[in-house]
Ligand binder design. Structure first.
Ligand SMILES: CC(C)(COP(=O)(O)OP(=O)(O)OC[C@H]1O[C@@H](n2cnc3c(N)ncnc32)[C@H](O)[C@@H]1OP(=O)(O)O)[C@@H](O)C(=O)NCCC(=O)NCCS
Length: 176
C-alpha cells in the first residue's frame, strides 16, 4: 500500500461530474452495486456532492494530478444507532495500487476529527473481494452478513464491517 502522500482527497467540486460518471456510469465499475446509474441519477448526486460539507471527496493521484476516483461518508441509522457509512470507487487505470485504502484512511481521519459519531460502517457486497480486503486491512471488525434493498427493487447480500473511531481509552468525545 502506498503512503498517504501518493494520493490525496479534496472536497468534491463543481467540475467533477465526468469523474462521477466514470465511477457510477460504467457497468464494470458497478458490477457489485446493482449496475450503472442513469445520467439523471448521477447529475442529482453531483448536485448533492458539490455542496459544502457534503463529506464527499475526489481522489487525486499526486503524480499526475488526475482524478482517480471517489470516497465519501454519510450518516445513516443502523440497528437503532446513528453511524457513519463509507463508500469508495477507484477507476480501473488506478486500481491495484492501494489507492482506495489510502483514500479511505484519509476520509476516516476526517470523520474522526468531526467527533460526531463513534462507529463507521462499510457494507461491501459479499462478492466484492477487493472491498472486503480493504475493510480487513484497515482494521474494521467483521460483524456478519446483511441484506440491503439496493438499488430499489433488488436485494444485495453484503458484509457489515465496523470501525470504532474512538477505541476504549480515548475519552472526552461528544458523540451521543
Ligand atoms: C473496490 C475498489 C475501490 C478497490 O480499489 P483499489 O484502489 O484497487 O483497492 P486497493 O488497492 O486499496 O486494495 C485492494 C485490496 O484488495 C485486494 N484484492 C484485490 N483483489 C482481490 C481478490 N480477488 N481477493 C482478495 N483480495 C483482493 C488487494 O490485494 C488489495 O489488498 P492489499 O493492499 O492488502 O494487497 C475498486 O476495485 C473499485 O472501484 N471497484 C468498483 C466500485 C466498487 O466496487 N466500490 C466499492 C463499493 S463497497
Amino acid at each position: 500500500m502506498p503512503t498517504i502522500r501518493e494520493v490525496r482527497i479534496e472536497p468534491w467540486g463543481k467540475g467533477d461530474l465526468s469523474l462521477l460518471q466514470r465511477c457510477l456510469g460504467d457497468p464494470a465499475m458497478m458490477e457489485h452495486l446493482g449496475g450503472p446509474e442513469s445520467t439523471e441519477k448521477i447529475a442529482e448526486r453531483q448536485a448533492r456532492y458539490e455542496r459544502p460539507d457534503s463529506r464527499q471527496f475526489k481522489i487525486l493521484d499526486e503524480g499526475s494530478g488526475e482524478g482517480a476516483g471517489w470516497v465519501g461518508y454519510w450518516e445513516r441509522e443502523w440497528q437503532g444507532e446513528q453511524v457513519y457509512e463509507i463508500g469508495w470507487s477507484v477507476l480501473p487505470p488506478f486500481q491495484g495500487r492501494g489507492i482506495a485504502g489510502s483514500a479511505a484512511l484519509q476520509a476516516i481521519g476526517r470523520a474522526r476529527r468531526e467527533h460526531e459519531r463513534r462507529f463507521l460502517h462499510a457494507y461491501p457486497s459479499i462478492d466484492n473481494a477487493p472491498s472486503n480486503a480493504i475493510c480487513r486491512k484497515l482494521g474494521f471488525e467483521f460483524r456478519g452478513p446483511c441484506d440491503f434493498e439496493y438499488p430499489k427493487g433488488s436485494l444485495l447480500r453484503c458484509h457489515d464491517w465496523r470501525l470504532d473511531l474512538f477505541p476504549a481509552g480515548q475519552v472526552g468525545q461528544k458523540w451521543p
